[in-house]
Design a protein around this ligand. Sequence first.
Ligand SMILES: NC(=O)c1ccc[n+]([C@@H]2O[C@H](COP(=O)([O-])OP(=O)(O)OC[C@H]3O[C@@H](n4cnc5c(N)ncnc54)[C@H](OP(=O)(O)O)[C@@H]3O)[C@@H](O)[C@H]2O)c1
Length: 312
Amino acid sequence: MDQDEGQPANTGRRRLLGAVALGTVIGASTGLAGGAALTAPGAPPARVTCDGSRRFAGKVVMITGATSGIGRAAAEAFAAEGARVAFCGRREELGAEVEHAIRRDGGDALYVRADVRNPAEIDDFVARAIEAYGGLDIALNNAGISFSKPLHETEPDEWDDLQDTNVRGVFLAMRAQIPRMLARGGQIIVTSSVNIVGARPGLGAYNASKRALAGLIQTAALEYADRGIRVNGICPGATDTEMIRRQAGFMDAPDAAWRTAVGLWARGNVHGLQRVAAPHEIAAAILAMASPEMTYLNGSMFFVDGGMTASL
Ligand SMILES: NC(=O)c1ccc[n+]([C@@H]2O[C@H](COP(=O)([O-])OP(=O)(O)OC[C@H]3O[C@@H](n4cnc5c(N)ncnc54)[C@H](OP(=O)(O)O)[C@@H]3O)[C@@H](O)[C@H]2O)c1
């Protein structure tokens, strides 16, 4: 599996300790799909129930970082509800796979390879999405990376790369998207994290980036409300994606070992649902935020963490 550029290599399999570090890492929730670890406190639903809703029919959605994880789940969910979805990420094979999966299921999607650290690539992504779909209604600025390291061992380049991706990348995306929304309004949702209210050792760079996003989100929410653009943040708890699996050193481990480790970790660290989220559960919350009836949501940081922050 690809390593994100700029992320340190895994420091070796940490086994269950890795699962503990996992909490250290992202700081959220629980258990997983399938396997014994999932059965006790409650597994996530296998998929979002499809009731035929098409809340986003006719809408154009743009997502950064949808080649995997939360972004991919959101792309698939928006498309399933009628949106035309343009998305980016650097891994072209996965981008093509996601686009194909959405189209195979009857949805409309466009993958554009773009690195959020590169202003020209982001501008090109936004331009191509608008050229293909004729406008922009909802932007999910989701691309992000993480690593876990004590501050004094963090190289300046590692720090810069994380901030360039997680913070500057969101700024660049908003800078390209907002002019396209000024005429007819729109919505921007940014993926932050529960780490904005609870720090974890080893996550100095990540925590700083996700808290910076709160400032960006709130400022934009105030600057553009009178132009019909609402801006909000979603703060997921620990979610079963490549990000936390990689960080825990389990990318090459069997799925069963990962499920057991993350399930055990979650039982001790997620004081509510006692399991980590499945990506589609976070996607469901994103769609709820973006849905037509949420007209008064602006400048909010929406926590979807299984109860984890309730225990702080
Ligand atoms: N998983 C969690 O527990 C958790 C909790 C709270 C918040 N979050 C946040 O959720 C977001 C999504 O992460 P995830 O958990 O779904 O992990 P993931 O599966 O690793 O997804 C990260 C996505 O970001 C993209 N990305 C990373 N760097 C990029 C770059 N320079 N340019 C373009 N795309 C880039 C990746 O695509 P490519 O690699 O193809 O470029 C990938 O699609 C992140 O902002 C993360 O901080 C995650």
